[in-house]
Design a protein around this ligand. Structure first.
Ligand code: HEM
Length: 327
């Protein structure tokens, strides 16, 4: 499955996704146009944008169903986050369901149905000759793997669904850099002063690592992007493994290139049109709900860029298409 995700979100496939990314950002900028000099809730806007882009690129023609799936995953992520550190007797869920259990069971069924619907629709399109093949997006690669004749490479529908849910919960974290990295210890190991028994699941806190003054300096709590101007090694005092926004090793983020491409496209397009400042209504209250989120949203004020010549004639009023698009 990891190989499929790597294939779907890299190289030529990734290049093919760029027009969809541009279209989604343009749609967002179109909505903002009606909001000039008004307040925008940027956290919500970027959530919608991410969902839009991933639905268009990973689910192709099943885009609307993809959005539906994404909404269910968002709700599921909130439930997972709410219950992440709650300790319960193993298996109790079978006999005694709380409101979250009932809701998450319902969402899980909904997600299964939605995924089966999308895979079946894609298969039917191929069978009826509407499509030549399953396609190279993530959705297309899955039925291909399901129909694989080599048994070792074959994936069952249940595998597909589990992976979809698992991967998409991770995809949901696309906005923040504080997603948990989890590993199982294979053999008893020493971790600093701790002896960690085999089979223990450890989840090093990237949040703590990314806020350690010994690595980043006393100004660690300030938002200073210029600390990266000379590269990560300089910013981390040569401890590059201390910066893990996309994890590390063979299970690092499969969507890293996708996410970085999306971020670069979105910001290059936004910054061609607007400058922005924090709104006076913004209340700084970061919370950890799977990722670091602004608890009361991220309200910003937009101001459209206007460029004039020395004679004060308007040369540019922000209404230009992305330079990287064909148009
Ligand atoms: C800024 C955006 C994103 C950030 C900061 C991020 C961060 C992460 C992190 C920290 C991990 C855990 C890595 C580890 O355990 O070493 C991860 C895993 C993963 N991410 Fe992302 N991610 C982002 C966007 C995406 C996107 C857009 C996709 C898909 C298109 C994606 C797909 C995955 C998958 C499939 C995994 C699991 C990899 C595995 O277990 O082999 N991520 N991500």
């Amino acid at each position: 499955m990891r190989k499929l995700a790597n294939h779907a979100f890299h190289g030529e496939n990734l290049k093919g996704m760029i027009p969809a990314m541009i279209d989604s950002v343009e749609a967002m900028l179109g909505r903002w146009k009606q909001n000039e000099m008004k307040e925008i809730e940027a956290f919500q806007e970027f959530k919608v944008l991410t969902s839009e882009i991933i639905s268009r690129t990973a689910f192709g023609s099943s885009y609307l169903e993809g959005k539906n799936l994404f909404d269910m995953l968002t709700k599921m992520a909130v439930i997972v986050a709410r219950n992440n550190f709650k300790v319960r007797i193993p298996g109790i869920k079978i006999f005694l369901k709380n409101q979250d259990d009932i809701e998450s069971d319902k969402l899980e069924r909904g997600m299964r149905d939605s995924i089966i619907k999308m895979i079946t629709a894609r298969e039917e399109e191929v069978l009826m000759g509407k499509l030549d093949n399953y396609g190279t997006d993530f959705l297309g690669l899955l039925p291909k793997a399901h129909h694989e004749t080599v048994l070792a490479k074959k994936i069952t529908i249940d595998d597909l669904i589990d992976e979809y849910e698992h991967d998409n919960l991770r995809i949901l974290t696309a906005i923040s850099s504080c997603f948990n990295i989890t590993r199982e210890v294979q053999k008893e190991a020493r971790l600093g002063k701790l002896i960690v028994p085999a089979k223990t699941e450890v989840s090093p806190s990237t949040q703590t690592l990314h806020h350690n003054p010994q690595i980043w300096g006393e100004d660690v709590h300030f938002f200073k992007t210029e600390r990266f101007a000379q590269g990560i090694a300089k910013a981390t005092k040569n401890d590059v493994d201390a910066f893990l926004p996309f994890g590390s090793g063979s299970r690092n983020c499969a969507g890293m290139n996708f996410a970085l491409t999306e971020i670069k496209i979105a910001f290059s397009m936004i910054l061609q049109h607007y400058r922005f400042t924090l709104s006076p209504t913004y209340l700084h209250s970061p919370v950890h709900i799977l990722t670091i989120c602004p608890q009361y949203g991220l309200q910003i004020m937009l101001q459209e860029l206007q460029i004039t010549d020395p004679g004060n004639n308007l040369l540019y009023n922000g209404a230009v298409r992305c330079l990287c698009s064909d148009g």
